[in-house]
Design a protein around this ligand. Structure first.
Ligand code: SF4
Length: 127
């Protein structure tokens, strides 16, 4: 899946991110007008490499992409077994974190609700 990131957001992120991370992001992306188009898998790999958590802007973008995919596939809901398997994997994952008491993935930024969406995937292909 391709992630579309505003170049203005990339510039703004220079305040919080390392110069090496920004350089890597720009190197893997393709500029399309005012946006940078990046393969999601490559972006997630960079977040792992640079130990970068998602900003709120990035989280909104990630959630939008996940929901668009879910709607496009007809709102599929994970089975109870599939949900439990995903929950168990996330609970043991080094990239799991907690925000406001809710489980959250620091790579894709999504909350546990994503585990209920059958069309959703782990950004590191763990489930
Ligand atoms: S979605 Fe994947 S990377 Fe994120 S916490 Fe769960 S297992 Fe880890």
């Amino acid at each position: 899946m391709i992630r579309k990131i505003s170049l203005a957001d990339v510039e703004r992120s220079r305040k919080k991110r390392s110069a090496e991370y920004i350089a890597d992001v720009l190197a893997i992306g393709v500029v399309d007008g005012e946006y940078l188009l990046i393969e999601e898998e490559k972006l997630f790999a960079l977040r792992v490499k640079h130990n970068v958590d998602q900003s709120l802007t990035e989280l909104a973008s990630s959630a939008t992409t996940t929901l668009e995919e879910w709607v496009a596939r007809g709102f599929p809901i994970a089975s109870a077994e599939q949900y439990e398997q995903r929950r168990s994997i996330c609970a043991q994952c080094e990239h799991g974190s907690t925000l406001l008491g809710l489980h959250r993935c620091s790579i894709c930024g999504c909350f546990a609700i994503k585990l209920r969406l059958a069309s959703a995937t782990c950004p590191l292909s763990k489930w």
